[in-house]
Design a protein around this ligand. Sequence first.
Ligand SMILES: Nc1ncnc2c1ncn2[C@@H]1O[C@H](COP(=O)(O)OP(=O)(O)O)[C@@H](O)[C@H]1O
Ligand SMILES: [Mg+2]
Length: 361
Amino acid sequence: MSTPTATAVTTLLAAIPDPETGRPLTEMGQIVSVDVTADAIRTTVGLATHSAILWKTTRARIEESLRTAFPQVARVDVTIVPHERPPAKLGQIGLEAKSVIAVGSGKGGVGKSTIAASIAIGLARAGSRTGLLDADVYGPSVPHLLGLGGRPQIEHGKIVPMTLAVGDQSMPVMSMGFLVPPGEAVVWRGPMLHGAITQMLRDTAWGPLDYLVIDMPPGTGDIALTLSQALPLSGAVVVCTPQDVALLDATKAIAMFRKVNIPLLGMVENMSFFVCPDTNKRWDIFGTGGARRTAHDLDIPFLGEVPIQIPIREHGDAGRAAAVYDDPASRPYFEAICERLVGNLAATAAASPPLPSLPVL
Ligand SMILES: Nc1ncnc2c1ncn2[C@@H]1O[C@H](COP(=O)(O)OP(=O)(O)O)[C@@H](O)[C@H]1O
Ligand SMILES: [Mg+2]
C-alpha cells in the first residue's frame, strides 16, 4: 500500500486522458488542486464543456483510480470545474466551433434528421455549447421536428438563428425552412445550393460553439464538397437502417465522404428492432445488426443503435423531438451514441499532434 502524497496523486491523474483532447490531464494544466490529508484526498480537475457528456465518467474514473491506489484513505472527493480553451475560427467563413459534425445518410427516410437533432440535443443537454444546422435544403425537416417557426431577424448584418431551449441553454438552430415559406418548392441549382449553405454557415450569429451538428441532405456529394471546402469538418456520422439496400446506400455515402476527405466518425443503426408494447416480443423489422457489420467491414466506429419506437415518431410529428430524452425507454440509446461520439473525437484528437498550450481562462 503506497502512501498518498500530492505527487503520487498527480502521477495517477497523469494516467487519465482528458475527455476532450485524449491527452493526459496534467499536460494542459487541468489539475486545479490536489489536497491530501491523513483521511482524505481532495482534487479539483478542470474539463472543457466540449466533453461535458463525459464529465461523470471521467470523475468516476479518477475516483476509482485513487480509491484503488489508496484503499486506506477514507474519503476521496473529486470535483470537476469548467476549464475552457476558446474555439478557433474555422476556415474562411470564420465559424467559431471546436467540432463540426455532419450527419448524413445514403437515402432519405432513415431517420437522419431525427438522429441529427437528437445528437445536438444530447450534447446540449449535457452542457456543451451546441448549434444545429439543417443543410437539407431539399427537405428541411428540423423546424418541424423541433417545433420552431418564424423568420429569423437580421442584426448587425448577421442572421439571428432560432433557438431551442435545452436545459439551461438556448441552442441555436438554422434551417432553410425558416427562410422559405413552408410548402413552397425551391429548385436549387448547384451554385445556389452552395451559396445557401455557405451563407447559413457564415452569416448566422452562431456564437462560440463546442459543436455544430449539420443535418445533411441525403445522397449527393455536392453539399459534402461545399462543406469540406468551407471549413475543416471533424467528420461525418452516417445513419442507416439494417436493411441491405439501405446499407448499400450507406456504403456509397461513406465512399462519398471519403472522396472529399471528410473523416468518418461512425455509423448509427436506426430502426434496429421493435419491441412490441403488448407482448414485449422483439421484431427485427428491417433485419438487425447490419450497420454494425458494415461499420466493422469498412473500418468505421459503430456508435450505436436506436430501436423503432412509436413515441420517437410521435414526438417528431408533434415538434417535440427533444422529448426522447424524457422517456427512459429511448434516452439510453441516444445518450450512448452521444457518449461514444464524444469519446471517439477525443481518441482522434489524441492521435493528432499535441495542442499548443493556451492560457487557462
Ligand atoms: N427510431 C425511430 N422510431 C420511430 N420512428 C422513427 C425513428 N426514427 C425516425 N422515425 C420517424 O421516421 C420518419 C423519418 O425520419 P427523419 O428523421 O425525418 O428521416 P430522414 O431525415 O432520414 O428523412 C419521421 O416521421 C420520424 O419521426
Ligand atoms: Mg431529413
